[in-house]
Design a protein around this ligand. Structure first.
Ligand code: CA2
Length: 145
Protein backbone atom coordinates (compact mmCIF):
# COMPACT_ATOMS: atom_id res chain seq x y z
CA UNK A 1 0.00 0.00 0.00
CA UNK A 2 1.64 3.22 -1.19
CA UNK A 3 0.78 6.45 0.64
CA UNK A 4 1.93 9.92 -0.39
CA UNK A 5 2.31 12.47 2.44
CA UNK A 6 2.22 16.08 1.21
CA UNK A 7 3.05 19.10 3.34
CA UNK A 8 2.37 22.59 2.05
CA UNK A 9 3.94 26.02 2.44
CA UNK A 10 5.99 27.00 5.49
CA UNK A 11 5.72 23.58 7.16
CA UNK A 12 9.46 23.22 6.46
CA UNK A 13 9.80 25.93 9.17
CA UNK A 14 8.38 23.68 11.91
CA UNK A 15 10.63 23.65 14.95
CA UNK A 16 12.45 26.72 13.66
CA UNK A 17 9.84 29.48 14.16
CA UNK A 18 6.58 29.98 16.19
CA UNK A 19 6.91 26.95 18.52
CA UNK A 20 4.07 28.38 20.67
CA UNK A 21 1.54 27.73 17.86
CA UNK A 22 2.86 24.65 16.09
CA UNK A 23 5.19 23.00 18.64
CA UNK A 24 8.95 22.52 18.75
CA UNK A 25 9.16 19.38 16.59
CA UNK A 26 10.38 19.47 13.00
CA UNK A 27 8.90 18.08 9.78
CA UNK A 28 11.64 15.47 9.92
CA UNK A 29 10.39 14.38 13.39
CA UNK A 30 6.86 13.96 11.96
CA UNK A 31 8.23 11.84 9.10
CA UNK A 32 10.27 9.58 11.41
CA UNK A 33 7.33 9.07 13.79
CA UNK A 34 4.91 8.34 10.94
CA UNK A 35 7.31 5.82 9.36
CA UNK A 36 7.61 4.03 12.72
CA UNK A 37 3.81 4.02 13.16
CA UNK A 38 3.33 2.68 9.61
CA UNK A 39 5.67 -0.24 10.40
CA UNK A 40 3.65 -0.99 13.57
CA UNK A 41 0.38 -0.95 11.58
CA UNK A 42 1.48 -3.02 8.59
CA UNK A 43 4.90 -3.69 7.06
CA UNK A 44 3.42 -3.36 3.57
CA UNK A 45 2.73 0.38 4.01
CA UNK A 46 5.17 2.38 1.91
CA UNK A 47 5.31 6.12 2.67
CA UNK A 48 6.68 8.87 0.46
CA UNK A 49 7.05 12.42 1.81
CA UNK A 50 6.89 15.64 -0.19
CA UNK A 51 6.97 19.28 0.96
CA UNK A 52 6.62 22.33 -1.24
CA UNK A 53 6.03 26.04 -0.86
CA UNK A 54 4.64 26.20 -4.41
CA UNK A 55 1.00 25.54 -5.30
CA UNK A 56 1.80 24.31 -8.85
CA UNK A 57 4.37 21.82 -7.56
CA UNK A 58 1.75 20.36 -5.21
CA UNK A 59 -0.74 20.12 -8.11
CA UNK A 60 1.94 18.35 -10.24
CA UNK A 61 2.74 15.92 -7.41
CA UNK A 62 -0.96 15.02 -6.99
CA UNK A 63 -1.42 14.53 -10.76
CA UNK A 64 1.70 12.32 -10.90
CA UNK A 65 0.36 10.20 -8.03
CA UNK A 66 -2.22 8.70 -10.43
CA UNK A 67 -1.63 4.92 -10.79
CA UNK A 68 1.33 5.14 -8.36
CA UNK A 69 -0.26 5.77 -4.95
CA UNK A 70 -3.23 4.21 -3.17
CA UNK A 71 -3.78 7.09 -0.78
CA UNK A 72 -2.75 10.66 0.06
CA UNK A 73 -2.33 12.45 3.39
CA UNK A 74 -2.12 16.20 2.91
CA UNK A 75 -1.55 19.20 5.13
CA UNK A 76 -2.12 21.92 2.53
CA UNK A 77 -1.23 24.60 5.14
CA UNK A 78 -2.39 28.07 3.97
CA UNK A 79 -3.49 26.64 0.59
CA UNK A 80 -6.28 24.87 2.50
CA UNK A 81 -8.14 28.17 2.59
CA UNK A 82 -7.32 29.44 -0.91
CA UNK A 83 -6.57 26.69 -3.42
CA UNK A 84 -9.25 25.59 -5.86
CA UNK A 85 -6.34 24.20 -7.95
CA UNK A 86 -5.27 21.69 -5.28
CA UNK A 87 -8.91 20.74 -4.60
CA UNK A 88 -9.46 20.13 -8.35
CA UNK A 89 -6.25 18.06 -8.58
CA UNK A 90 -7.40 15.79 -5.73
CA UNK A 91 -10.83 15.37 -7.32
CA UNK A 92 -9.27 14.62 -10.73
CA UNK A 93 -7.03 11.74 -9.59
CA UNK A 94 -9.74 10.11 -7.48
CA UNK A 95 -7.21 8.83 -4.88
CA UNK A 96 -8.52 8.52 -1.31
CA UNK A 97 -7.17 11.55 0.56
CA UNK A 98 -7.16 12.70 4.18
CA UNK A 99 -6.57 16.35 5.18
CA UNK A 100 -4.52 17.02 8.33
CA UNK A 101 -3.93 20.14 10.39
CA UNK A 102 -1.64 20.43 13.37
CA UNK A 103 -3.79 23.16 14.94
CA UNK A 104 -7.53 23.27 15.49
CA UNK A 105 -8.30 25.57 12.57
CA UNK A 106 -11.89 26.00 13.85
CA UNK A 107 -10.72 27.68 17.05
CA UNK A 108 -8.58 30.15 15.10
CA UNK A 109 -9.32 33.07 12.76
CA UNK A 110 -12.54 32.91 10.68
CA UNK A 111 -10.62 32.62 7.38
CA UNK A 112 -9.16 29.30 8.57
CA UNK A 113 -12.64 27.78 9.03
CA UNK A 114 -13.10 27.19 5.32
CA UNK A 115 -11.28 24.41 3.48
CA UNK A 116 -11.46 24.04 -0.30
CA UNK A 117 -9.73 20.67 0.13
CA UNK A 118 -11.90 18.90 2.76
CA UNK A 119 -14.96 18.32 0.48
CA UNK A 120 -12.71 16.28 -1.85
CA UNK A 121 -11.38 14.14 1.03
CA UNK A 122 -12.37 11.03 2.90
CA UNK A 123 -11.99 13.00 6.12
CA UNK A 124 -10.18 15.69 8.02
CA UNK A 125 -8.12 15.64 11.24
CA UNK A 126 -7.42 18.93 13.01
CA UNK A 127 -6.07 19.98 16.38
CA UNK A 128 -4.06 16.94 17.48
CA UNK A 129 -0.64 18.28 16.57
CA UNK A 130 1.68 15.71 14.98
CA UNK A 131 -0.48 12.82 16.24
CA UNK A 132 -2.98 13.93 13.58
CA UNK A 133 -0.77 12.43 10.87
CA UNK A 134 -0.96 9.01 12.59
CA UNK A 135 -4.73 9.36 12.94
CA UNK A 136 -4.96 10.16 9.23
CA UNK A 137 -2.81 7.14 8.34
CA UNK A 138 -4.94 4.82 10.48
CA UNK A 139 -8.15 6.10 8.87
CA UNK A 140 -6.72 5.79 5.37
CA UNK A 141 -5.30 2.33 6.06
CA UNK A 142 -8.64 1.05 7.38
CA UNK A 143 -10.41 2.49 4.33
CA UNK A 144 -7.95 0.99 1.83
CA UNK A 145 -7.10 -2.46 3.20
O1 CA2 B 1 -2.56 23.77 11.59
C1 CA2 B 1 -2.08 23.50 10.49
O2 CA2 B 1 -1.49 22.44 10.26
C2 CA2 B 1 -2.14 24.54 9.36
O3 CA2 B 1 -2.28 23.82 8.12
C3 CA2 B 1 -0.82 25.30 9.39
C4 CA2 B 1 -0.77 26.42 8.36
C5 CA2 B 1 -1.98 27.33 8.50
O4 CA2 B 1 -1.97 28.32 7.49
C6 CA2 B 1 -3.28 26.56 8.44
O5 CA2 B 1 -4.35 27.44 8.63
C7 CA2 B 1 -3.32 25.47 9.51
C8 CA2 B 1 0.50 27.26 8.57
C9 CA2 B 1 1.77 26.48 8.44
C10 CA2 B 1 2.90 27.38 8.82
O6 CA2 B 1 3.84 26.63 9.50
C11 CA2 B 1 4.82 27.32 10.20
C12 CA2 B 1 5.62 26.53 10.99
C13 CA2 B 1 6.61 27.14 11.74
C14 CA2 B 1 6.79 28.50 11.68
C15 CA2 B 1 5.97 29.27 10.87
C16 CA2 B 1 4.98 28.66 10.12
Amino acid sequence: MKILVINGPNLNMLGVREPEIYGSFTLDDIEKELKQYARELDFSIDLEFFQSNFEGEIVDKIQNALDKFDGIIINPAAYTHTSVAIADAIASVNIKTVEVHLSNVYSREEFRHNSYIAPKCLGQVAGFSKTGYKMALLGLYEALK
